[in-house]
Design a protein around this ligand. Sequence first.
Ligand SMILES: Nc1ncnc2c1ncn2[C@@H]1O[C@H](COP(=O)(O)OP(=O)(O)OP(=O)(O)O)[C@@H](O)[C@H]1O
Ligand SMILES: [Mg+2]
Length: 162
Amino acid sequence: MAPARFAGARTTRSAAATRRLGVRLGAQLEPGDVVALLGDLGAGKTQLIRGACEGAGVAPQEVASPTFAIVAEYRGSRLPVFHADLYRVADEDELHATGFFDLVGGPGALLVEWADRVPGALPEERLELRLAHDPERPSVRHLEVIGTGARHAALARALLAR
Ligand SMILES: Nc1ncnc2c1ncn2[C@@H]1O[C@H](COP(=O)(O)OP(=O)(O)OP(=O)(O)O)[C@@H](O)[C@H]1O
Ligand SMILES: [Mg+2]
């Protein structure tokens, strides 16, 4: 049987709005949740994660871009958040060396920018957030939200609820 799935879309009109969507996500994250963030440079992946960290109770100054570390761990008051950025990761072997795979389904929520750089890095059951620039309006982003598997489908539904 195919896993449960829930998909929808949302448009944000400012960085703050994308961040607020992230706060809403972060308030609902649980240990073991996996979130893939996809989209071009500057699409707003980190903005959304900053919000998610806030929603998980992470102090804002903790959140940086983990480009050099590949994975950063933040201690949220609600739960630990692992923030990974696979932009510079060459392949699955390199990712193995970072300990990344211990975090999948691990003790915190795992949020991964550029998750599509390493196919197979993440389980099929995940929440996928695809962000795209609007071709004409510089502060507008179009988001696709896709949850696969019962848990992540529920997260997607909650994130898109009015
Ligand atoms: N609606 C919007 N949502 C998110 N960010 C926006 C929006 N409008 C403008 N921005 C701006 O776009 C930029 C998004 O940067 P951000 O670092 O979040 O992108 P990113 O997807 O993480 O890029 P990278 O691939 O380089 O890590 C910020 O400068 C932000 O202020
Ligand atoms: Mg980023």
